[in-house]
Design a protein around this ligand. Structure first.
Ligand SMILES: Cc1cc2nc3c(=O)[nH]c(=O)nc-3n(C[C@H](O)[C@H](O)[C@H](O)COP(=O)(O)OP(=O)(O)OC[C@H]3O[C@@H](n4cnc5c(N)ncnc54)[C@H](O)[C@@H]3O)c2cc1C
Length: 285
């Protein structure tokens, strides 16, 4: 289907974009890579009167080093995040997850911030951001900015803490240099959204897991943190037996969907299996 008619602006500064968004109100929508929004428009699930394209705002793009954080601009494409040496060195889990997002075509158009703002519970970047305690920086009208933790950003299915007049500008990720990481995604066919996926980052010290971070994708209406698994892993040897025991509780307290790909119980089972695989791979075991 062809989308409903809309007006289009492509401002070159963040201030102009925020102004257009404030003026447009309910009838305005921003577009970044268009990889999620365009299908929505084509199916006429949404029909905004004004589309504000963020693609010409250079300040929203790129990855930079900021002391104990790396900062990823909201409109940095998945492909650019994946290729960035800072991301690989200090936030390996993000790079690992990016390799699993869609296919090369989508990764060259779709953006890091667009993915998070879209808040699809099956999106591959929410759980890694949650596990790494990422902070999302948001700009509003009148030059206001605020920082939202990943734990507070994802509110519900396709719903974030962003106000209608706000834009996500960048994502700050605390450096975890030297940590092992892995993103284990379970799909029926290649390039699909995950049925379930697990994001794991671990710090191994002399064969023992010193710190662990685990995030779950598609196990509820938002990305989830598997804190009980994290606690159970700390102090354990990075062996199959120890990790298997800790991972067994991954599905507890989750509320996964039931659909044609599998019911909730199956997904809870998958969460345990994939957590074991992700943690062992992250630990290099
Ligand atoms: C065939 C296909 C397969 C895919 N497979 C996967 C997959 O396996 N895993 C996965 O995670 N994703 C997948 N995706 C989605 C892809 O990752 C998109 O890039 C991503 O979901 C949205 O990013 P975007 O830049 O294209 O956002 P857009 O489509 O431009 O926007 C998405 C939403 O976010 C809002 N938005 C965008 N940027 C901002 C901002 N800076 N501030 C505030 N709001 C903003 C828009 O208004 C819109 O509501 C797939 C997409 C396609 C088309």
């Amino acid at each position: 289907m062809i989308p409903a008619k809309f007006d289009y602006v492509a401002p070159s500064t963040l201030e102009e974009a925020l102004q257009a968004l404030a003026q447009g109100g309910d009838d305005a929508k921003v577009i970044a890579g268009g990889q999620s929004l365009l299908p929505v428009l084509r199916m006429r699930l949404n029909a905004p009167e004004l589309i504000i394209d963020l693609g010409k705002i250079d300040s929203l793009r790129g990855v930079r080093d900021d002391g104990d954080h790396i900062v990823i601009g909201a409109t940095t494409t998945h492909a650019d995040v994946l290729d960035d040496p800072l991301v690989r060195e200090h936030a390996l889990l993000i790079a690992k997850a990016e390799t699993e997002v869609a296919d090369p075509q989508v990764r060259h158009r779709g953006t890091f911030g667009g993915s998070l703002a879209h808040a699809d519970p099956a999106g591959d970047l929410g759980a890694p951001c949650l596990a790494l305690d990422a902070e999302l920086v948001v700009a509003g009208t009148g030059g206001s900015t605020r920082t939202i933790s990943a734990a507070d950003f994802f509110v519900d299915l396709f719903t974030t803490a962003l106000e209608e007049t706000e834009l996500l500008t960048e994502v700050r990720i605390p450096k975890r240099t030297g940590w092992g990481a892995h993103y284990e995604k379970f799909v029926r066919v290649a390039h699909q959204w995950p049925i379930v996926a697990v994001a794991a980052a671990v710090k191994v010290d002399g064969g023992t897991i010193a710190e662990a971070r685990v995030g779950l994708t598609n196990m509820g209406s938002t990305p989830l943190r598997a804190t009980s698994v994290e606690r159970a892993l700390v102090g354990q040897p990075a062996t199959d037996e120890a990790v298997r025991a800790a991972a067994a509780t991954a599905g507890e307290g989750t509320n996964p969907p039931s659909d044609l790909n599998g019911d909730a119980d199956y997904r809870r089972h998958l969460a345990g299996v994939l957590t074991r695989r992700a943690v062992l791979a992250a630990a290099g075991a």
